[in-house]
Design a binder for this molecule. Structure first.
Ligand SMILES: Cc1ncc(C[n+]2csc(CCOP(=O)(O)OP(=O)(O)O)c2C)c(N)n1
Length: 199
C-alpha cells in the first residue's frame, strides 16, 4: 500500500472518478492503462473520454497534447502511480509548456495492481507530489479526503497553471472493463473533440 506518511485518507478510485465525471460538461478526460481506464468507462462513457490501451505512462502526455491543441477546453488525465513512474519525464515537459487547462490526477495505490500487485517505489520513499513540485509543477498536492479532492478539482477549473492532484487509494480492482476497440475509441474521441464527424 502507498506510503502512510502522507497523512491522507485512503480513498477509492471508482468513487473519486464518479465524483469527477458527474461535474463535467464538455471537458476531455484521458484514462491511463488498466484500472484508471476501467473506472472511467464504468463511471459512464462520454465521447470526450479517451481510453489509453496498453501503454503505461501515456495518460499525462496524451492529455498534454489535447490541452495544447484545444486551449479553450479543460483536459483531465487519470494515471496510476506505477504508470506515472514509468514516464516521470513528462512532468518536466508539462511544467515547461505549462498549459493552464490541464488537470492531472495520480491514483496512488502503491502497487502495480493489474499485473499482480507488486509494490511500486511510491509505496516506499518516492513521493510523487514532491517529484512533481521539484519538476516545476508547483500547483501539486495530495488530496486529504474526498471533500478535499472535490475542492482541488474545482480549484483547477480556473487555475492559470497546470494542476496535479495525488490521491491515495485502496486496492479494489477496477469496476468495469473498457471495450477494447482502439479505432472506435479514437474516432469517438475525435468526434467528442469536435474534429471529426461521428462514424
Ligand atoms: C511499458 C510497459 N511495461 C509493463 C506493462 C505491463 N503493465 C500493464 S499495467 C501495469 C501496472 C500498472 O500499474 P499502475 O499504473 O500503478 O496501475 P494499477 O494497476 O495499480 O491500477 C504493468 C506493469 C505495460 N503495459 N507497459
Amino acid at each position: 500500500m502507498s506510503n502512510p506518511q502522507r497523512n491522507t485518507k485512503v480513498m477509492n478510485r471508482f468513487d473519486l472518478t464518479q465524483r469527477l465525471v458527474t461535474k463535467l460538461k464538455d471537458e476531455a478526460v484521458i484514462g491511463g492503462i488498466g484500472n484508471t481506464n476501467f473506472d472511467l468507462w464504468a463511471a459512464g462513457h462520454r465521447p470526450e473520454n479517451f481510453y489509453m490501451l496498453g501503454s503505461m505512462g501515456l495518460a499525462f502526455p496524451i492529455a498534454l497534447g489535447v490541452a495544447l491543441a484545444q486551449p479553450q477546453r479543460r483536459v483531465f488525465a487519470l494515471e496510476g502511480d506505477g504508470s506515472l513512474l514509468m514516464q516521470l519525464g513528462c512532468l518536466a515537459t508539462i511544467a515547461t509548456l505549462a498549459p493552464k487547462n490541464l488537470t492531472m490526477v495520480v491514483m496512488d495505490n502503491g502497487i502495480y495492481q493489474i499485473t499482480g500487485s507488486q509494490p511500486t517505489p511510491a509505496a516506499g520513499h518516492t513521493d510523487l507530489i514532491a517529484v512533481a513540485v521539484a519538476s516545476g509543477i508547483a500547483n501539486s498536492s495530495w488530496a486529504a479526503d474526498e471533500d478535499d479532492f472535490e475542492r482541488l478539482i474545482a480549484q483547477s477549473m480556473t487555475a492559470t497553471v497546470p494542476t496535479l492532484i495525488g490521491v491515495r487509494i485502496d486496492d479494489k480492482p477496477g469496476t468495469g472493463t473498457t471495450r477494447r476497440d482502439p479505432v472506435q475509441i479514437r474516432e469517438r474521441f475525435m468526434h467528442g473533440m469536435g474534429v471529426r464527424q461521428p462514424l
